[in-house]
Design a protein around this ligand. Structure first.
Ligand SMILES: [Zn+2]
Length: 484
């Protein structure tokens, strides 16, 4: 057992789903030509002032409420002053002194254990621009390009209390946070497009002590799995330094995905941003009625949906957790259920076939062509015995690729299950005649010999025979043979 424990806090930047920026009307669309979505306000040209985006305040409030936070009725923006080419005004508009939301929580489950992680604060701020260096890093580049399309896009920064103790807990926290924000409709939460970014503060201390150790801040992680790995690596690194009698240096470290290590980026001792209230832009006053109005627009959130799937549909907790982990999947489940109300069969097919194919092809659900309606129809065909479970999987793969009607696929390919006793009898007679040893084995009491014979029939019919019927018919025919 380790003599140390890790103390981890996460800072997550989430891009709010607005059409326009925080203080101007420029578009927030992703992936456009550099510097085509800019204006004097988001370029920070002298003398330009903007107007606060009401939708951004509404979405930040909604995010805070979804995370069980208290919402401030009176707040304002501050200037966080620093110089960097991605920040043309020379300061960032942020909420340093009074965040719009504070004191919330979310619940996670790791290895069957539940844990509540508290959220210290969630505040509104604007995104800086994006720098691209011509070389592999800023220190070896001859030049850098800056794109201000992102400059001024509204973000919320969600800061957890340092209550996370492992990489696995950090990953579970991020997955839950992503699901909640996605359900609430406040963000696209796409890490690969930069609409969700995460930094981790990591320190270790001897077990049983309460003083915090010196922390490092880990950056450059581009997936939840990377966050988990980077934290696990950093914990081990810090313990090793301490065990060797060294000291942890407070610094920012970057995660190197290929090498699987963190490397020192720059020292960051007491950064002084000289923050002060922005006197040029209006303060924000929210009435309790307005806040309650936003609360009323909150949809069912992941925990409630998970509970509903367990209590109303009788799904195992494990199935419910997987299905509610993404809004798309949960809605897909509900849509299939509306046509085919057998929850466990649906979840078996979602977790087995649907997720297997999505993972194998590295796809998202919305990219797959299969519709809930045809998904339900396929399950119905299997239930009615028109096709076997095994054939069903083949049909599903084709539906997944083409979006075709399963009934049409079954018809075109002649896959209908053979449930006609007369048609099966001749095949069974043939299989019995060809396998006298297995027949004798079964008749002398070896049950498993029957399984072999069923397998031979399935093979002869290319999987189309109804296995239950084949089983019972074989039993009947073999016992008659025996007595006769
Ligand atoms: Zn603009």
């Amino acid at each position: 057992m380790s003599k140390y424990e890790a103390v981890i806090g996460l800072e997550v930047h989430v891009e709010l789903k607005t059409n326009t920026k925080l203080y101007c009307g420029c578009s927030t669309a992703f992936g456009k030509e550099p510097n085509t979505q800019v204006c004097p306000v988001c370029l920070g040209l002298p003398g330009s002032t903007g107007v606060l985006n009401r939708k951004a305040v509404e979405l930040a409030t909604k995010a805070g409420l979804a995370l069980n936070c208290e919402i401030e009725t009176y707040t304002w923006f501050d200037r966080k002053n620093y110089y960097y080419p991605d920040l043309p005004k020379g300061y960032q508009i942020s909420q340093v002194f009074r965040p719009i939301a504070h004191n919330g929580y979310l619940d996670i489950e790791v290895d069957g254990r539940n844990k509540r992680i508290h959220i210290r604060r969630a505040h509104l701020e604007e995104d800086p621009g994006k720098l691209t260096h011509s070389g592999s890093s800023i220190t070896t580049s001859h030049s850098s390009c800056v794109d201000y399309n992102r400059s001024g896009i509204p973000l919320i920064e969600i800061v957890s209390e340092p209550e996370i103790s492992s990489g696995a807990e950090a990953k579970a926290y991020l997955e839950k946070l992503k699901a909640i924000l996605e359900y609430a409709g406040v963000s696209d939460v796409k890490m690969e497009q930069g609409s969700l970014r995460c930094d981790a503060n990591v320190s270790v201390r001897p077990l049983g002590t309460s003083t915090l150790g010196t922390k490092t801040e880990i950056k450059n992680m581009n997936s939840f799995r990377a966050v988990e790995r980077a934290i696990e690596y950093e914990i081990e690194r810090q313990i090793e330094v301490l065990e060797d009698g060294g000291e942890i240096i407070q610094e920012t470290r970057g995660w190197d995905e290929n090498k699987g290590i963190t490397v020192a980026m720059r020292n960051k001792e007491n950064p002084d941003y000289r923050c002060f209230m922005d006197q040029e832009i209006a303060h924000i006053e929210l009435t309790p009625e307005w806040i309650e109005g936003v609360r009323a627009t909150l949809p069912e959130l992941p925990d409630a949906r998970r509970k509903r799937l367990i209590e109303e549909h009788g799904l195992p907790a494990y199935d419910a957790e997987i299905i509610t982990s993404s809004l798309d999947l949960a809605e897909f489940f509900d849509a299939v259920y509306a046509e085919f109300p057998d929850a466990k069969t649906i979840s078996n097919w979602i977790m087995g076939e649907l997720l297997r194919l999505l993972n194998a092809r590295n796809m998202e659900l919305f990219e797959a062509k299969v519709t809930p309606k045809y998904f339900a129809k396929l399950l119905e065909l299997i239930k009615k015995g028109t096709i076997s479970n095994k054939i069903g999987k083949e049909v599903f793969e084709q539906m997944f690729e083409t979006g075709q009607d399963p009934e049409r696929i079954v018809k075109d390919k002649g896959l209908v299950q053979i449930s006609d006793e007369g048609q099966l009898a001749s095949i069974l007679t043939e299989v019995i005649a060809k396998n006298p040893k297995s027949v004798a084995d079964f008749q002398s009491g070896k049950e498993q010999a029957l399984g072999f014979l069923v397998g031979q029939v399935m093979k002869a019919t290319k999987g189309q025979a109804n296995p239950g019927l084949v089983n019972s018919m074989l039993r009947k025919m073999l016992s008659q043979n025996n007595s006769g």
